[in-house]
Ligand binder design. Sequence first.
Ligand code: AHR
Ligand code: AHR
Length: 490
Amino acid sequence: MTRIAIDPGRATGRLDRKVFGGFVEHLGRCIYGGLYEEGSPLSDDRGFRKDVLGLLRELRLGVLRWPGGNFVSNYHWADGIGPKDDRPRRPELAWGGEESNRFGTDEYLAYCAELGTEPYICLNMGTGTLEEALAWVEYCNSAGRTAWADRRRANGRDEPWRVTYWGLGNEMYGDWQVGAFTAEEYVREASRWARAIRMLDPRAKLVSCGMNGWNEWDRVVIDGMAGLVDYHSLHIYTGSDDYWTNVLQPHQAERAIHYTQALIERAAYRRKIATPPRIAYDEWNVWYRQMTVDLEERYTFADALAVGTYLNIFVRNCDWVRMANLAQMVNAIAPIVTSPETAAVQPIWYPILLHAQAALDQAVDVHVSGPVVEPELPAGASRWPFRVGDLGPFALIDAAATVGVNAHKIAITLVNRGDAEELTEVRLRDRDFDGPARIRTVTAAGAGEARTLPDVEAARLEEGSEDTKNGVVAVRLPPRSFTVIEAAMA
Ligand code: AHR
Ligand code: AHR
């Protein structure tokens, strides 16, 4: 049995909706043939696939990062504006294809507006110049009568698009990145860009390019950039065919958050920075099977448990993690997959959906006591070189909770990683529940359960309710399941 004690009066951070963010890259079938398909009967007159748009809308994304990813480091944004048939086709260096440029800045920003989500543009620091970056900001945001703002008007958009979030390059540390830098080179270049962009648009919020949080790159970049940016980015991908490695590896994000927080606090103290940056986990997911071509990962329910755990971790650490972008949203390592005829969701869709639907304004203190696991994690079982064993033992049940600002509602997200049903009692400190709790649970689908696309696994979402009494609710968490409890509080 697991006992979970929650103190709804003890907020640990305000939850920024940007933590439920997404990322779409010009990669494989993410944009073309994914969210954008000209001439398809499933698309609107702008080429936006209506089925995909409908699914993405359900996830209530707080922010959507674009256009890469590795793709951006050879992307010249001005190729992607104006009449579509006049746009040049270019070689695509990151993934080795060709870019038609038929989906560009105005299409992306119209897409974000349609979704009701904040745009977040990553700048090209590979082959791009500062001049080009400034022109991009001017094109999107200037209300003046300047040349790039007039180009935007000529392309049909009078009002500035008001793009707030701008990334200073993508993974600029890696030899897979076009135009990679050393950390020192990056700081030198990115500081020049940050200062100039702020001169043009003082409202811009900037993101420095981080690595994984425990690397020397992050220390040097945070030291050099903390006074100039609003966020430091981190990326993490995990995954393994070994079940326990797969479901426990997301805890590496917890280590990364703690290290990054310490590096930022150190820089802020030494350099007297009044408002130090927070963390943007602007790429995260399970990804280990399809590494090179199209990245069309087929997800299992174990992956869904990992994804649910990642989101619990971001919620628990939301005082520091102010943005997180699932990489990615459609076809390429994505919860949504398409064929020319239909769109379907993979198992990882469900924890994302339920988190986004249930989460309230503030994370609160959660204490879990119950069975723990400390499995042997076979060395080399993961594609990624993260050891998480030293972070254990791990509670079998991973938990996070949020409350509404007026504290009349609570939402609790629980991942049962165990192979058996776990009776779990949730007890509120100094508060009562008001009425029964709504319980939604997702488990792997049974053999032969209906699939929309033959190679996409289904999952089973069931809804019920539980009586509450004296601030206690007890639920039986099925083996390997993700559960959300939502209730009113007296
Ligand atoms: O999301 C896939 C790729 O992973 C991105 O292009 C890159 O930034 C990361 O390495
Ligand atoms: O996270 C870095 C990723 O690792 C690169 O994008 C990919 O090419 C490599 O496998």
